[in-house]
Design a protein around this ligand. Structure first.
Ligand SMILES: [Ca+2]
Ligand SMILES: [Ca+2]
Ligand SMILES: [Ca+2]
Length: 254
């Protein structure tokens, strides 16, 4: 009887350890430290904002989980986009809003190939602002939160079910007063001279047809001043007309 109890206590200890090990990324990161980098961006109070997130892994990964929070009640995370990122073609990936100020982003390799070693974009965090937001610097960092007994944190998993914590570089979103749109619209590439030229054309073609980066200022990129502020092929046509066929210049900023 005493032996049975001893065996039982060992089994219970093993089970508890397994449960803890599964919820906490306690594994060792093999070889070179892997990283997640939340970048820092500047935007304007009359616009919205986004922050690119990059990651580096030197060994193939079976899964990634990233749980993010931010330090202001004046912003909300709208969404997370994998478009243009390293996991764009992975079938199992998503982002779930956990609370008003946190979101968890994840992707797991199922029967498909693992996430290859490499370095590059994970995706974009999109923020919206309360009306009349005051200028501020918002810290964007990872967090650990437990909701209905499920712990959300930031971890990488390799192919041996080894969960470990990557090094996290936190970022900021700086909100300045006013609008990103200066003078007239059309400066799609946000060049400091505010000029509308061939590089803006290249930028918008890239954005529309080859999933290039979003324009930093949508009001500038909405060259035809369409009411929906959408950036699409009609803006491209407007800019082509202006540059090559002496069409009218893009209207002034809103
Ligand atoms: Ca402009
Ligand atoms: Ca330009
Ligand atoms: Ca438009």
């Amino acid at each position: 009887m005493r032996i049975n109890l001893k065996i039982l206590s060992v089994i219970v200890a093993v089970l508890i350890f397994a449960a803890v090990a599964k919820s906490q990324p306690t594994g060792i990161d093999p070889s070179v430290p892997d990283t997640i980098t939340i970048q820092s961006m500047t935007t304007f109070s009359q616009n919205s904002g986004f922050i690119p997130v990059h990651f580096f892994n030197d060994q193939p990964l079976a899964g990634i989980e990233l749980t993010v929070t931010y330090s202001s009640l004046d912003v909300m995370i709208d969404s997370f986009s994998f478009v243009g990122g390293r996991l764009e073609n992975n079938s199992f990936k998503d982002a779930d809003q956990l609370t008003t100020s946190s979101i968890t982003i994840y992707s797991y390799a199922l029967d498909e190939t693992l996430i290859a070693s490499g370095s590059g974009l994970l995706g974009y965090l999109y923020f919206s602002f309360i009306p009349g937001i005051s200028p501020q610097v918002i810290n964007v960092d990872t967090m650990t939160i437990t909701i209905t007994e499920r712990e959300y944190s930031t971890a990488f998993a390799d192919n041996n079910d080894n969960y470990f914590s990557p090094i996290v570089n936190s970022g900021t979103l700086t909100v300045m007063s006013g609008s990103c749109c200066l003078g007239d619209r059309g400066n799609v590439d946000n060049s400091p001279d505010d000029a509308v030229d061939i590089s803006d054309l290249i930028y918008i073609v890239d954005f529309i047809f080859t999933q290039g980066p979003d324009p930093v200022c949508l009001a500038e990129a909405n060259a035809d001043a369409s009411i929906d502020e959408a950036v699409d092929i009609s803006d491209l046509i407007y800019i082509v007309d202006f540059i090559f066929t002496q069409g009218p210049p893009p209207p002034s900023c809103p």
